[in-house]
Design a protein around this ligand. Structure first.
Ligand code: ADP
Length: 459
C-alpha cells in the first residue's frame, strides 16, 4: 500500500494500493474490453450516466472537500471552488455527448453522397497530477466517456484518495467497470504500460514537461496520440494605464491559489516602471493580510507545499535571488509554523537571467520585474520555452488586441486573474504541450473523423 500524507502536518490520511503489474494489466484489459459496448451505447444513455455521476458528487461535496484539504493541503474554500470547477466538466460533457455532430460534404462524384462521421478513438488512458486532485480527473474522464471512449486513470500517488472516491461515485451512478478504471503504483511502470499497449489509442497527460517528453517519446513508438498539458512560465504584465487595484486583486488570486502550485500561476510579474513602486506597495499590503495555515477553516489561507522537494525548490529559488542582490519585500523564508509551510513572498529588483525567471516556481512567490515599453515587455514575456497562459492588465483596447496577437501562449487573459471553466479551451503551445481540454474543442481530441462515400446511389 502507499501511505497518503497530509502535507499540513505529516500525518497519514489513508492508503492507496501499490498495484502489481498484473493488476495493472487486468485493469487495462477491462478498459479495452468495455470499449465496444460503451461506444455503441446511445449518446443519451452515456449522457444520463455522466449526469448521474455529477449528481452523486454534488450530494457528497462536503466529504470530497474535506478529503481534498487533507491530502492536498489546499484550504476548504479552494477545495469547494475546485469541486464546482470539476463538476462543471461533467455537466458540460454530459450535454456535449449528444452533440458530437458530423458533416455532409457536397459530392465530387455523380450519384454519390459524402458523409463525415465522428467515432470515438477507442480505449484511452490518462495520468494526472496532485495539484487539482478532483478537477484533473473529471475534466479528462467526462470528455472521454462523452465521446464514447473508455478511460483508465493513473492519479498522482500524492493524492489518490480523492481519485478513488470519484471512482466510487461513478460506480454508484452506474458507470460500469471497464468504462472508467483506476490504477496506482509505480508511475514509470504504469506509464510504460500505457504507452506500449497499442489497444490504448490515446493518452491525456497533465504534469511536468520532463515527464511529458518521456511519455510522448514512448507513445511515438506506438503512434498513440496524446494531449499534453505541461509546465508554464506565465507572464503577468501590468501596464501604466491599468486599473491598479484590479491588477493587485488579480495577481493575488492567480498567484496564491493552491499556494502557487499551479501550472497557470503567474511566474513573472512585469510591471511598468511608472507604477512599479505603487504596485509593489499595494501588493505587499494586500498579501501581508493573508494568513498561512492548515486549511480546515472557513476563510482563505495559504496552505503548505505538497512535499519536502517542493518546499526546498521554493526556498532555493528565493535564496538564489537573494544572492543575486534582489530585494525581498515580504516573506522570503519557511514559515514559523514549520513543516512544509512557506511565507508568501514578494521579490523585486530581478533581472531576466534570475533562476526564478526561467524556472516554474510552484510556490507563493511574486517575482517582480520592471519594464519600460510595450515592445520590450512582449519580447521578454515570450522569451521562454513555455507558452501556456499570459495575463495582461491594460485599459487600452488597441494594446489589448496587440497583446493578444503577439503573445505566444495557448491562453491570453486580459484584466482578470481567472482562467479556467468548462466552456473554454484550456491548453498551451511550445513546451507547454498540445491539445485542448474543455469546450467543444476538448471532445475533438477523443474522436476520429471517418469519411464515408456512398456511391452508386442510382443503381
Ligand atoms: P508534478 O511535478 O506535478 O508532480 P510530474 O510530471 O512528476 O509532475 O507528475 C505528474 C503525474 O505524472 C503524476 O501522476 C506522476 O505520478 C506521474 N509520473 C511521474 N513520473 C512518471 C513517469 N516516468 N511515467 C509516467 N508517469 C509519471
Amino acid at each position: 500500500m502507499i501511505d497518503v500524507l497530509n502535507p499540513a502536518d505529516g500525518t497519514v490520511v489513508g492508503q492507496a494500493p501499490a498495484m502489481t503489474l498484473s493488476e495493472v494489466n487486468s485493469a487495462i484489459d477491462r478498459t479495452c474490453e468495455a470499449f465496444p459496448a460503451w461506444s455503441r451505447r446511445l449518446a443519451k444513455e452515456r449522457s444520463e450516466l455522466l449526469r448521474g455521476w455529477f449528481e452523486r458528487i454534488r450530494d457528497d461535496k462536503a466529504a470530497f472537500a474535506e478529503l481534498m484539504v487533507k491530502e492536498n493541503g489546499k484550504c476548504l474554500a479552494e477545495a469547494y471552488g475546485e469541486i464546482e470547477y470539476g463538476l462543471g466538466f461533467i455537466e458540460w460533457y454530459a450535454e456535449e455527448a449528444k452533440r458530437v455532430y458530423g458533416d455532409t460534404i457536397p459530392s465530387h462524384a455523380a450519384n454519390a453522397q459524402v458523409m463525415v462521421v465522428k467515432e470515438p478513438v477507442g480505449p484511452t488512458a490518462a495520468i494526472t497530477p496532485w495539484n487539482f486532485p478532483f478537477m484533473m480527473i473529471t475534466r479528462k474522464v467526462a470528455t472521454a466517456l462523452a465521446a464514447g471512449c473508455t478511460m483508465i486513470i493513473k492519479p498522482s500517488e500524492e493524492t489518490p484518495l480523492t481519485a478513488y472516491k470519484l471512482l466510487e461515485a461513478a460506480r454508484e451512478a452506474g458507470i460500469p467497470e471497464g468504462v472508467f478504471e483506476m490504477v496506482t503504483g509505480n508511475p514509470k511502470e504504469i506509464g510504460e504500460r500505457f504507452t506500449s499497449d497499442t489497444r490504448i489509442r490515446k493518452i491525456s497527460f497533465t504534469g511536468s514537461t520532463a515527464v511529458g517528453r518521456t511519455l510522448a517519446g514512448a507513445a511515438g513508438q506506438t503512434l498513440t496520440r496524446m494531449t499534453l498539458e505541461l509546465g508554464g512560465n506565465a507572464p503577468f504584465i501590468v501596464f501604466d494605464d491599468a486599473d491598479l487595484e484590479a491588477a493587485v486583486e488579480g495577481a493575488v488570486g492567480a498567484k496564491l491559489r493552491n499556494s502557487g502550485q499551479v501550472c497557470i500561476s503567474p511566474n513573472r510579474f512585469y510591471v511598468h516602471e511608472a507604477i512599479h513602486d505603487r504596485f509593489v506597495e499595494a501588493l505587499a499590503e494586500r498579501v501581508s493580510q493573508i494568513e498561512v495555515g492548515e486549511g480546515m477553516r472557513d476563510d482563505f489561507v495559504v496552505g503548505p507545499m505538497i512535499n519536502r522537494t517542493g518546499l526546498e525548490k521554493v526556498s532555493s529559488l528565493v535564496e538564489s535571488a537573494r544572492l543575486r542582490g534582489a530585494n525581498i519585500v515580504l516573506g522570503g523564508r519557511t514559515h514559523g509554523l514549520g513543516g512544509l509551510f512557506y511565507e508568501p513572498t514578494i521579490v523585486t529588483g530581478l533581472d531576466d537571467d534570475a533562476e526564478m525567471a526561467r524556472t516554474e516556481i510552484f510556490g507563493p512567490v511574486f517575482a517582480i520585474y520592471r519594464f519600460r515599453t510595450e515592445a520590450e515587455v512582449i519580447e521578454r514575456a515570450n522569451a521562454t520555452e513555455y507558452g501556456l497562459v499570459s495575463y495582461g492588465y491594460t485599459r487600452d483596447l488597441g494594446r489589448s488586441f496587440r497583446l493578444s496577437r503577439a503573445i505566444e501562449a495557448g491562453m491570453v487573459i486580459l484584466n482578470s486573474g481567472s482562467v479556467g471553466t468548462a466552456s473554454v479551451p484550456f491548453g498551451g503551445v511550445k513546451q507547454s504541450g498540445y491539445g485542448r481540454e474543455g469546450s467543444f474543442y476538448g471532445i475533438e481530441e477523443y474522436v476520429d473523423v471517418k469519411y464515408v462515400l456512398m456511391s452508386g446511389l442510382d443503381r
